[in-house]
Design a protein around this ligand. Sequence first.
Ligand code: G3H
Ligand code: 13P
Ligand code: ZN
Length: 303
Amino acid sequence: MKDLNFYYNKALKKGFALGAFNFNNMEVLQGILSASDSLASPCILAVSEGAMSYMGEFLPAFVEVVKKHKGVFVHLDHGKSFEVCKKAVLLGFDSVMIDGSALSFEENVKLTKKVVDFAHKRGVLVEGELGQLKGIEEDVTSSEHHFTDPIKAKEFVEKTGVDTLAIAIGTSHGAYKYKGRQELRFDILEEIEKLLPDFPLVLHGASTVEKRLVERINTSGGEMKEAVGIPEELLRRAIKEHNIVKINTDTDLRLAMTCGVRENLKQNSKEIDPRKYIGSGRELVEKVVKNKIENMLFSKGQI
Ligand code: G3H
Ligand code: 13P
Ligand code: ZN
């Protein structure tokens, strides 16, 4: 069976990216899987520490389901300790992220290397992170971006042996990403690529926060007035012209699920069957993922 590394290398060569979609319940998982299956697109199912504890004893069962799908991989998102990475490796995850981005450079290298040594022996890939995204990350609130230093990025990759690197070039987590100009630091990305040629890079905080979805949420009882995301055009450029091979998306799926559920309940005030209103959320999750695969990630047909 082709492993995740195969797809990262293919993505680098062909100018597409794998969507890494967060899930923490069955319906979001179903929406993502049916989108990627129907479009024969490789994709990554991302599980955060919070999602792990939310799913509880069902987590291994979800992992088993994902493993039955060709070209789909399970990944630990923002693992903060060696212990949680070890747990994910032993549960059969294909890949883990150790997020030491809030630590000093030396501490980040030390922790990441420890995870790499453990995971690689078991055939599991490791993503590291250098630089910090604006907003809340690692329980540290940062009002400013701490962009990735290209020279440090090269040193980090060489010292740790990570398979992929998450970088900070202006994306951020959540639904409120910009107050002013919506831009990304392509100059920093280019510097990183010069020092780390053909190395697979990752963008976190890459939701586009589609305006139409936000409007629909707001007209069905939500309040998300200032929500704004990364322009799709910038992400397309990062994927097509640069070495970004993994695009992390959680917020856009939260918006889709919320919109589907809100609209259904607003239109059907007598509805009490969760399959109906959560089902509407699931449909919208599938639609959003399909749209990304076809129009932004260009991963359709790449399995
Ligand atoms: O980047 C983090 C993801 O959006 C996961 O969020 O920790 O609330 O599950 P969570
Ligand atoms: P968004 O909040 O932009 O969806 O980012 C999700 C993410 O980076 C998960 O690791
Ligand atoms: Zn993230």
